[in-house]
Write a protein that binds this ligand. Structure first.
Ligand code: DGL
Length: 255
């Protein structure tokens, strides 16, 4: 595999761009190919097998186009498909995502942490295991927020309707001290401002971007796949909704 080949990054839609942004910043000499499946978003309310199949198909498309490694920049798709992907492609580095619970727990002992994610991510065994690992060190509250994905997919990243939706989701915790929020879906960093406003400015928000950036770089190094050409990398964007979806991806990437 040539080191100049792109790193494939995929998501159910435009959410994975929040991860791609960090990857580009972290590894400016890499070429990236992003696939957003906006025509089928949201994934987070679909059945496991359907999410798995869509993800397998999307990865196959990126590999056909020569990607040397794959970043599943979607917590939902990772939960449904990462095991099948690793089994099917044992020689391709496959990096998945999980909610950034660890840094949130380690930041302050005995804190109360809300994990916002899709209903699928929160009900999967993968997340249960993660939560079990930290359940004695913090109070961990699962908060499914499927509508945020739809808001982001239609470019609504700050609006009265979004604030209203967030207030309704946070209503049960209004009188409780919340220390941190984990953004367990890659669409959510795009509505960070609205979440911060509703949750309060003292609440620390965590996302997975930096951790994944480090992990991808380490994996590429380990597999001798890091692009050392010294030329600034290119980003290619493909979206199942066509130019309309690709345009929104570019807008979010370069804003
Ligand atoms: N961006 C995705 C995630 O990280 C899923 C959004 C969806 O399609 O429901 O979970």
């Amino acid at each position: 595999m040539m080191t100049e080949n792109p790193v494939g990054v995929l998501d159910s839609g435009v959410g994975g761009i929040s991860i791609l942004k960090a990857l580009v910043e972290f590894m400016p000499y890499e070429n990236f190919m992003y696939f957003g499946d906006s025509a089928n978003a949201p994934y987070g309310e679909k059945a496991r097998e359907e999410i798995r199949k869509l993800t397998m198909d999307n990865v196959a498309l990126l590999l056909e186009r020569g990607c040397k490694a794959i970043v599943v920049a979607c917590n939902t798709a990772t939960a449904a498909a990462i095991d099948s992907l690793r089994e099917t492609y044992p020689d391709i580095p496959m990096i998945g995502l999980e909610p950034a619970l660890k840094p949130a727990v380690l930041h302050k002992p005995n804190s109360r942490i809300i994990v916002m994610a899709t209903p699928f991510t929160l009900k999967e065994q993968k997340f249960e295991k993660l939560r079990d690992q930290y359940k004695d060190q913090a109070e961990i509250i699962s908060l499914p927020c499927p509508e945020i994905v739809r808001f982001v997919e239609r470019q609504e990243t700050y609006s009265p309707a979004l604030l209203h939706y967030l207030r309704s989701r946070f209503e049960p915790y209004r009188d409780k001290q919340i220390d941190a929020i984990v953004l367990g879906c890659t669409h959510f960093p795009f509505v960070r401002k609205a979440i911060q406003e509703v949750a309060g400015r003292d609440v620390i928000l965590y996302d997975s971007a930096l951790g994944v950036g480090r992990q991808v770089k380490r994996r590429l190094e380990e597999c001798s796949l890091l692009n050392t050409s010294g030329k600034r990398g290119q980003v290619t964007i493909i979206n199942s909704k066509g130019e309309e979806g690709a345009e929104l991806c570019r807008k979010l990437l370069y804003s």
